[in-house]
Design a protein. Structure first.
Length: 190
């Protein structure tokens, strides 16, 4: 449950944010990205969309979560998402994922895909709650331990089934989040 006295904002990730994002990442992923990978992504402004979730609490501002996505033609591909280790399962991941989907709608993507470790049931549960389905498996995709990747996709993000799941998740976000619209809003239907 998100606390009431904090202010939350979804913002574009800037180069200056990368060290903090990496600090978060090192605690939650076994193989964090090299710093250059972030700088490369941030310079690909046309196809890459990277965000941070910032919270202001007690006069202090901090990045507590982040996420990224690639747009390739009709597809938006979620490349990464993470919430600071000590703040997980309090609704922040849902906020970041909803913001990524909002961007998928805004940029006219038709579907969203992602990969997740077979063992990462928490993340999979979140994606399923957003209406994602398993469509495949990549054998030995993760080189650190040879684990398979489960490939998930949204199917059409314009399908009523998917929109309902998206809106149900938006409704579960109690906090005001700057940069995140409530309701599906002006979606460019295709
Ligand atoms: C996966 C992750 C981004 C989810 O963010 P979060 O803030 O922890 O999740 P939320 O509190 O927003 O929960 C959203 C849903 O995710 C699932 N979930 C998240 N954490 C969970 C946990 N510890 N136990 C069970 N379910 C969990 C649940 O379905 C949850 O919905 P619920 O509130 O109805 O239980 C976050 O846990 C994380 O950074 N994990 C480590 C990095 C990672 O695995 N990234 C994804 C790689 S594909």
């Amino acid at each position: 449950m998100v606390q009431v006295r904090e202010q939350l904002a979804i913002e574009p990730m800037r180069e200056a944010d990368v060290p903090v994002v990496q600090e978060i990442e090192r605690r939650i992923f076994t193989t964090p990205w090299p710093r250059n990978a972030y700088y490369r992504e941030l310079s690909s402004r046309n196809s890459a969309y990277y965000i941070v979730l910032r919270r202001e609490i007690g006069g202090h501002s901090e990045i507590i979560a982040y996420g990224g996505m690639w747009r390739m033609y009709d597809e938006a591909h979620v490349t990464t998402i993470g919430v600071r280790h000590d703040l997980q399962h309090r609704g922040y991941g849902r906020i970041v994922f909803a913001a990524l989907l909002q961007a998928a709608y805004d940029t006219g993507a038709r579907w969203v895909t992602l990969e997740v470790r077979t063992s990462n049931e928490n993340a999979m549960r979140m994606y399923e709650s957003f209406g994602f389905k398993v469509i495949g498996r990549r054998k030995g995709y993760y080189t650190d331990n040879g684990e398979d990747a489960i490939v998930m996709w949204s199917d059409s993000i314009y399908a009523p089934r998917f929109r309902r799941a998206y809106e149900a998740n938006l409704e579960r976000i109690e906090a005001e989040v700057k940069g995140l619209r409530r309701g599906v809003g002006p979606i460019r239907d295709r």
